[in-house]
Structure formats: structure tokens, C-alpha cells
Design a protein around this ligand. Sequence first.
Ligand SMILES: [Zn+2]
Length: 322
Amino acid sequence: MTTPPIASVSLDLDNLWAYLKTHGDAEWERMPSFLPAAVPRLLELFGEHGVTGTVFAVGADVEREDGAKAVAAFAAGGHEVANHSYRHEPWLHRYSHTELETELARTEEAIVAAGAPAPVGFRGPGFSVSSALVEVLTERGYRYDASTLPTWTGPLARAFHNRTAPPGDPRRDELFGGFSQVFAPNTAYRWRTCSRAELVELPVTTMPLLRVPVHGAYVLALHQISPRLARRYFATALRLCRALGVSPSLLVHPTDVLGATEAPGMEFFPGMAVPTERKVALLGWMLATVRASFTVVGTGEHVTRVRPLRRDRDVRGLDRGR
Ligand SMILES: [Zn+2]
């Protein structure tokens, strides 16, 4: 019997305050958290489906009790804990070398203080990435970055998001990247940098050929129209991955298991009208479907097991196309 191909599941532990901050709602400064509601549900779902994945944690949360408890619980459950920046600002691509070092270092310290090993993987908030970020990750000994989403839908997601956002913040005009992201590879590769050290990029997989995202908010938005359509969409993406030899890196968020009343202020976000039980059932089905055709691991393990084919993408190209 042959072993099924590799897929990875990662969870971006984005908190309520982070969504409100990106959206420009002043309420974020009170740092509201929905982690106590979401984390036990996610741990249970992962356990139920035998999924050991990677959790990308935000430093500002991990320094607090609920975030530290979440990191400790995921680490105890065998999940890898990786770095998702300190302040969760999706305009991270504007940060200087020094600002990036601070973001990474503070989060690394918080993760270690919470009882997890020092992170070797990073994902930029809102898929933000720059050549400076790749350089800093390489210098700090990271093994991989997982910040890219090779799709053409970034500008549409931005227009949808900013439709309800208060006007006036030019940084919001650069959210989620430009159309050129569609030309980025959909499988693991290496960055070409000035440094001799290597950093692997593991993109968040989009539907092969069509290059449309297949993670939570998108599947849930379809689910609001038709549950059957949402399931068919996700199953088609996995089938195409298998047919074309793409090892999928799949992304989950706390909002995938939270109802509208548990995320006050997030009514603007796609899929928030779907009730909690239906969300939990859908995510459970998604995890079971991936498990049925793939060997599911975390992103760090994914990078180890799937050898990146080429050292092919020049890091300087990252600063164009925003
Ligand atoms: Zn995030």
C-alpha cells in the first residue's frame, strides 16, 4: 500500500482585536479576545480528526494569559507553534529591518515563555511579505516562511473589506496584495537571497488552475449560498491537488468555529452569519476530507517532507506588485 501524499493544516490564531484593528474600528484598543471560546473547540476538532498541525501565534496575545494558555495547550497536543508577528499588522511589508526584528523577537520570546519551542516558521498577517522580511527571517535562522497566497483575488478581497471600513488610512489600500500574486508558485520553493542560508516558502494553497482561495472565509461565504456548493468546491480543490501533484497547505482561522455573537463587531466579515454548529460541522467535514486522501502534518513537517523543487524566486520581486 502506498502512503498518501502530504498535506498540511495550519491555524492562524488571529484574535478579535486584530480584525477590528485592520478594519479601523477604535474598539480594537481594548484588545477584545475570542480565544477562550475558539481554542477549546479547535483543539477538540483537531483531536477528533487526528490532525496535528501548526499554530501561527500573535505575540501580543501570547504575552497575555489567554494567548499563553492557548499556545501551551496546542504545544501539549503535539502541534507546532510558529510566529505570526507581534502586532498583527497586515502592512508588515512596510516595516524596516529593525522593526521586523523587534516584531519577530518579541513573539519568539513570548512563545518560549509560554512553554513551546522557539519558532522556525513565520506567516505575515494578511499575507504581507517583503524582501526585508525574508532577509530577517533568514538571519534569525528560520527554516520557512508561509506568507504567500498565490491568487488573483487579493484586490477583490480588499475592495470587499474596505467597503465597510472607515476611510482615511492609506495602508489599507495595500491590503492582501495585488493581481500579480497570481503568478507566484502554488507549491514550496526556495527564496533567492544574498545570504547563503536557505529559506523555504510554503504558499497557502489556492485551487490549482483557477487560483482561488480554499480557506475558511471563502468556503463559508459559499456555504451561506449553498452548503452543497461549498463542499463541492473544497473537494474539487483537493482532487485537483492530487491530480496535479500539489501538496496542499490548508489554512484555518478561529472565525471558522465562531458564531456572530462570539465575534461582536465582525459583522462585515464573510461567513459570520453561519451559526456555530454549522461552522464546526463544516470544518470537521473539511478535516475528514483532507485526511481521507492525504497524510496530514503541520507546515514545518510539510517543508521537511516535500523537498522544494527549485531555488527559483528572486526575493527582490516581492517588493513589486503591491
Ligand atoms: Zn492573521
